[in-house]
Design a protein around this ligand. Sequence first.
Ligand code: NAG
Ligand code: NAG
Length: 363
Amino acid sequence: MMMCCLQTLLLLLLRLSGLALTAPTTQNIFFYHDFLSGNGNKELHFSGVELHVDSTQPSVSAVRGGSATMPCRFWYEPELSSQRDVRVKWSWLPAAGGHETDVLVALGSRCHSFGAFSGRVQLRQDFPGDAALVMTDLQLNDTGRYRCEVVDGLEDRSSSVYLELRGVVFPYQHPRGHYQLSFLAAQQACEEQGSTLATFTQLFQSWKEGLNWCSAGWLADGTVQYPITRPRVPCGGHGLAPGVRSYGRRHLQLHHYDVFCFSSSLRGKVYYLQPSHKMNLTEAQQACQEDGAEVAKVGQLYAAWRLTGLDRCDAGWLADGSVRYPITRPRRNCGPSEPGVRSFGFPPPQHKHGVYCYKSADE
Ligand SMILES: *[C@@H]1O[C@H](CO)[C@@H](O)[C@H](O)[C@H]1NC(C)=O
Ligand SMILES: *[C@@H]1O[C@H](CO)[C@@H](O)[C@H](O)[C@H]1NC(C)=O
């Protein structure tokens, strides 16, 4: 278990920044000279030794609620006979855009984690030079580039790993209809449906997997785009190549679109409640409750369809008041010839349908 000792870290930081001000900087390869010599401990007193940092893989893929290990290791050339205390810092550049933020700083056996990462991250330290970051309880918005920086004296090397979540992107429209969502409303709509705003990387991946959608939607970076695999008029243009079309950045409050949400695995299950009779929306809510569950959210239905292969040719209520059903094996009388979650939109709440419920694994 790691302990946290900020004081020592701060001292070290002060020392490092002090040094950095007075020492010459070199971009690529830095060779030690006799600075800091004579301090007796394990301080630098050698030359021609070079620090290397490497991540063995460019990306790591995980699921919501799961854990991920972002590899990073450092070593010296030529090899050193004794181990040295280095400072390891992990930082994160969110896939959704924004600034690089601190995740964890460690010095020897001491470590401090920051903000939303507190209590969820650890440095692995399984072997000399191991600086892998172990992250648990992954959230949908943890995706992005994680950078491992190793500092020894004046030498500073880094390497990075991209964290992606396995999941599904789905287009979402407000109950009132087409193009009703400002950026903030879009963010909220995804959250209410058990998901988060999709990143461009996630939308692009879905497009490669065949997502063809003729309405523009917000992405996490504030741009508005739509994925087209079969261009035609008025959708993606005539005679143009397939691709993700972008309207670029739009005004976050003034402009209104649909949204692309991203959902990943569930700690629970989605199922079609076999009703003795069809139900209006209130009866559907009661039926799930009586079954120890709740009406499934749209993001939960998509995750179950995509990640566990849920296939059911019965339309059912969902939490947002829409009626949908998931098809993984397309067949006659179950909608189009491609797999997908079919939607009947938002029927009046007194209409009668089945219902999809969600039961959490914790209950
Ligand atoms: C990420 O998602 C979690 C859980 O939904 C939320 O509490 C947190 O505020 C989000 N973080 C950011 C940076 O949006
Ligand atoms: C659903 O039906 C019940 C009667 O079984 C009725 O009390 C309720 O108002 C109905 N709800 C809606 C939304 O129509």
